[in-house]
Design a protein around this ligand. Structure first.
Ligand SMILES: [Zn+2]
Length: 415
């Protein structure tokens, strides 16, 4: 790819981002767009129209994942994929996900204006429900494409009002059978997702883009400890079964295990610790806590969880308390594809953009797309690392930098 790509139509792209942001269940600039809500359906319609205007061929699967295809000269080859999501948690901003969708579209239009003719088709994807707001599970669309969430599990999903995924998606017009959502490996030849960093590092280091080498994945669980309550004065120390004291041991084991892997990328957190009955003069009889362990290396992450399991058995026996654990999720971390990273790096150099390789520390659709294609992600800065808030912000220049590198990368991968 020559270094002389026409400039990104930044003004048009920002206008589209702002227009999309107006399609919200909350008063703009607050963005609230829950999957299959009226706002989500209007937002999809808007983006689909933009894709049609760009001459892309639309299709959608049974859960609403939407594909806008720019046909290549060899249409039988697996396409190059790009894209992200346009659903938004309540009280969100306008850049998370949308930069990857509308920025991906602008990357395609930029290549079209340049007269580039892709050999492989390029497909822009809008994934259904990256955010867990409605069904309590993140990356619903990409999970189902990869078969990580089975159809049986999907059929059981309900929102807080008891509406099932089946009825909601059919009402939204996605009527195929859910079985057809799962696709096999090779659905895309390669997939690259543009996204805001949702952390402060690129802005702090004044870098234009981040090339994501790994996506760290959380493993999280509930741990419930049942001991014996009683009067804090009346019950003497020998023979006590204090559930909170037992919990304290586990929390410290988690911290020590996460610190002792020798890697900065291992992190372990207890974010919730509910104590029952929660009175000054009452021995805690029951504690419920969550653990969240993340790493870019699956076995290393699991070693922390194993250390915790060992501690659970020891504490249970020594203190005579009941301890039950329930895994909430444990998805594997993702390693980016070296060939896509090389294309991203060459494109950043061509475009004259500063960059570094970095780790993504939140979930993204790409985590699951890695089950059906080689993936990598491209990050742009966001102000103060703020995301999932109305004051989320990425400057037009930052966005244009990302789209520029993405366009050049797509051209390399589709040539
Ligand atoms: Zn996102």
């Amino acid at each position: 790819m020559a270094a002389d790509l026409p400039t990104i139509s930044t003004d048009a792209l920002i206008h589209e981002l702002m227009t999309l942001a107006q399609i919200s269940a909350a008063e703009p600039p607050v963005v609230t767009r829950v999957v299959f809500s009226e706002a989500d359906m209007r937002a999809r319609a808007y983006v689909k129209q933009l894709c049609t205007d760009a001459g892309l061929a639309l299709s959608q699967d049974a859960v609403g994942n939407t594909f806008a295809r720019w046909q290549g000269s060899q249409p039988d080859l697996a396409p190059v994929g790009t894209g992200s999501h346009i659903d938004a948690i309540p009280n969100a901003g306008l850049y998370d996900g949308c930069v990857g969708v509308l920025g991906g579209l602008e990357a395609i239009r930029t290549l079209q204006r340049q007269g580039f003719k892709p050999r492989r088709s390029i497909e822009l994807v809008i994934f259904t429900a990256e955010e867990p707001t409605r069904f309590g599970i993140g990356c619903l669309g990409s999970r189902m494409m990869a078969g990580v969430l089975t159809v049986d599990q999907a059929r059981k999903l309900r929102d807080s009002e008891g509406n099932g995924l089946e009825e909601l998606r059919t009402q939204a017009g996605f009527t195929g059978v859910l079985e057809s959502v799962h696709v096999s490996y090779g659905r895309f030849n390669q997939f690259v997702e543009l996204h805001i960093e949702q952390g402060p590092h690129l802005e702090r280091e004044k870098l234009d883009v981040g090339l994501v080498t790994h996506i760290a994945a959380p493993a999280s669980q509930w741990i419930t400890i049942e001991g014996e309550g009683g009067h804090a004065g009346g019950m003497l120390m020998p023979g006590r079964k204090d559930a909170l004291a037992a919990a304290a041991e586990l929390i410290l084991v988690l911290e020590t295990a996460a610190k002792s892997t020798g890697a900065d990328d291992t992190v372990g957190t207890v974010g919730i610790c509910e104590v029952f009955p929660g009175a000054v003069n009452s021995i805690p009889s029951r504690v419920r806590l969550t653990t969240d362990v993340r790493d870019i290396d699956g076995p290393r992450r699991d070693s922390v969880i194993h250390a915790l399991d060992v501690a659970v058995r020891k504490v249970r026996e020594r203190r005579g308390v009941r301890i039950t654990t329930e895994m909430i999720n444990a998805d594997p971390p993702t390693t980016s594809d070296q060939a896509i990273l090389a294309a991203l790096e060459a494109s950043a150099i061509d475009a004259g953009k500063s960059y570094k390789r970095m780790v993504a520390r939140a979930y993204h659709d790409s985590s699951f797309v890695s089950g059906i294609a080689p993936v990598a992600m491209l990050f742009i800065p966001c102000r103060d690392g703020v995301s999932h808030r109305p004051d989320e912000y990425a400057s037009p220049e930052w966005i244009a930098n990302g789209v520029d590198v993405l366009a050049r990368t797509l051209a390399r991968l589709a040539a």
